[in-house]
Each structure stands twice: as structure tokens, then as C-alpha cells.
Design a protein around this ligand. Sequence first.
Ligand code: FAD
Ligand code: NAP
Length: 339
Amino acid sequence: MTAQWQERVSLKPFNTFGIDVKARYLALAHDDDEVRQALALAAQRQLPVLVVGGGSNLLLTRDVDALVLHVASRGRRILSDDGERVVIEAEAGEPWHPFVQWSLAQGLCGLENLSLIPGTVGAAPMQNVGAYGVEIKDVFAGLTALDRETGQLRDFTLNECAFAYRDSVFKRNQGRWLILRVRFVLSRTLRAHLDYGPVRQRLQEQGVQEVTAQAISDAICSIRREKLPDPAELGNAGSFFKNPVVSVQLAESIRARYPSLVAYPQSEGQVKLAAGWLIEQAGWKGYREGDAGVHRLQSLVLVNYGQASGAQLHALAQRIQADIFERFGVELEMEPNLY
Ligand code: FAD
Ligand code: NAP
């Protein structure tokens, strides 16, 4: 097929914050050939490229003087099945949550805790998406990417992806590799992860007798629908800040002043703090300035009430960062990718 591309296009439908900036060019790529054609067009016009999937981890602060390449490839398949371990593969443009639901419908376990995360399969490795105690690295079997420096295809193993908390080799080398398809190794036997947040309690409330992967997925979807704003109704990009990992000493000094501090021990004398808790303590929950604000139920989520610009949201985020540092001595790192 031939890649379709347009000039001077609004990116509002391509980012979940709903920011209305324009792309110099927008190309939709449905397969590998179209990806290569779009990249060739950008090279010919000496334009940088911004790859976009669902735009749910993106804050656009200005017009994009580049070729925006929207990955729209589709396809998912079972690659191998030994009766217990099953390797599946999906094209990068597959929407994530329907892909999770499809895996559950095949009787496969492993992705249930990652239900209802927006975005695409191809972007999931970028920040090693995670929720409710599971990250994709836990079920990752490999991926195929196009190396934009050499034009060659490359397969990545788990180790080569260097996955970490909301991080990967792809995020640290933005723009180098364009992820084309991703593989996961799932299992026919459930190893349930229920100890994170209110998952176990929700299953009990729902009267679930037999805990299946589908039941866990349903419970997580119901929790998420209650707590998180739906981007279709209120622009947002999920958590705006990563949870900071700090020294035990710093955590204890904060706890001396705030006994209700939420902290989770990590390895090597480190502690993970809940960024949302810090922001809430500092009084930002529900704060609104024009159309940019902090969600009233979840202070980790910045929201666009309608006409906020990316620059306004970015400025609000920077004020929150400065305030949290001043109050707690903790540096908050932004999670979404900024353009
Ligand atoms: P985009 O926003 O389109 O892109 C993100 C980055 O990846 C950009 O730098 C882009 O250039 C790059 N990229 C996109 N596609 C490719 C590709 N094929 N190859 C190479 N680079 C690519 N995240 C979590 O980890 N856990 C959660 O629980 C979670 N919950 C969320 C809830 C809400 C309501 C929202 C709005 C967001 C949430 N997120 C969460 C963040 C986001 O959904 C994920 O990070 C998701 O994987 C982003 O996918 P996307 O296709 O929208 O990526
Ligand atoms: P929550 O359940 O209110 O918990 C608050 C924070 O505490 C979470 O961020 C989580 O860290 C941490 N936490 C909770 N239980 C933990 C445990 N047993 N061990 C270690 N850390 C624990 O969180 P929430 O905001 O409603 O989100 C629920 C899950 O969905 C979290 O995993 C969160 O990361 C994920 N989520 C992510 C995004 C995003 O955009 N990245 C958006 C919405 C939800 P972690 O974040 O490190 O898991």
C-alpha cells in the first residue's frame, strides 16, 4: 500500500490531552512498507519525524514542525503454543486494551493487570507500561523494530530492551528505533497478582468465587473507571509524574513531619514514594487555572478542561515540581513525552 499523508493537520484527534496544535505533515502507516515510505518522505524533505500511536503519553507544547507518523498497523496472532506457554504477537498499531481482551478470550493469562491502559501495542515497550504490580517486562518475549539510522530490521530480546520502572532503551534513545511488532509469552495457568492496591478487595466486593484472569481484568477495569478520567471526556495523559524513588533517610525525614507518608520499600536502602500523595499533601488536588488543572480525584493526573494549551499544562507541571521540591526535597520527573 502507499502511505497517505496530509499537510498542516490538527493533531487534536491524535493526543489524549486534546491539544490543538498542527503537524506540518501527518502520515498514516498501515504496514512496514508504509512506515518506510513515510520515513523516506521525511528524509527527502529533510524533516524530523515524530512517531505517534494513541498519543496517550504525549504533551504537545507547540506546532510540530515535522512529519508526524501515526502507526496504524493491525494484526495479532499466536506464534507458538506448547499447551502451557503461548507466544503471541501484535502489530504496533493495535490498540492495547482490545489486544489484552483478545488474549484473555484465548484463555491466556499474564496481561490481565494491564487492562484498560490506553494507547497502542507499539508504544507499550517505550516506558515498559505497568499497573497493579505487573509490567510488560514480566511477560515480554521480544519485539521487532526498524532501526532508523541503518534502515535495518532488528529483533530485541528482553535484556536488550533494558526495561526499568517506566523506562527502556527505546525511551532513552527517542526516535532511534520504530517498533513494528511486539511478542509476549503468556500462560494457560493463572498466577494472580492481587496484592497491589484494592484489587483483592474489589474481587470480594464483586462476589467473585473463582478468580480468573478475566475476573481480575474486570475488577481492574472497574477500579480504573472510578478513579481515572476518561480521555474521551476530559483530556489527560494518565499519571503526569513518575513515583520518585528516594533514600530511606529522606523518606524518614519527611515521615517525621508527615506521619501518614505513603512509601514502598525498594532494594538497596531506597524507598518509592507515591507522587500523588505528595501532590495532594501540597494542596494541588482539584486545582484549576484556566482550562489546565489537577484532577479532583487523582492528583497525579493533569487535565485539560477544554482549551488549555500544552504550554499551560507544562507550566503548571513545572510549578508543581518546584513546590514539591521546596516542601519535601523530592524531585518529580515528568512521565509523558514532551514535544
Ligand atoms: P504515544 O503517546 O503515541 O507515544 C508515546 C511515546 O512512544 C512517544 O515518545 C512516541 O514517539 C513513542 N512511540 C509511539 N509508538 C511508537 C512506536 N511504534 N515505535 C517507537 N516509538 C513509539 N501508562 C502506564 O504505564 N500504566 C498505566 O496504568 C497507564 N494508565 C493510563 C491511563 C490513562 C487514562 C492515560 C491517558 C494514560 C495512561 N498511561 C499508562 C500512559 C499511556 O497510556 C501509555 O504509556 C501507553 O503505552 C502510550 O501509548 P500510545 O500509543 O498512546 O503512545
Ligand atoms: P494507587 O493504587 O492509588 O497507589 C498509589 C501509588 O502507590 C501507585 O502509583 C503505586 O505505584 C503505589 N503502590 C500501590 N500499591 C503498591 C504496592 N503494593 N507496592 C508498591 N507500590 C504500590 O495507584 P493509582 O494511581 O490508582 O494507579 C493504580 C495502578 O495503575 C498503579 O500501578 C499505577 O502505576 C497505574 N497507573 C499508571 C498510570 C500512568 O499513566 N502511568 C495512570 C493510571 C494508573 P506504581 O505506580 O509504581 O505502581
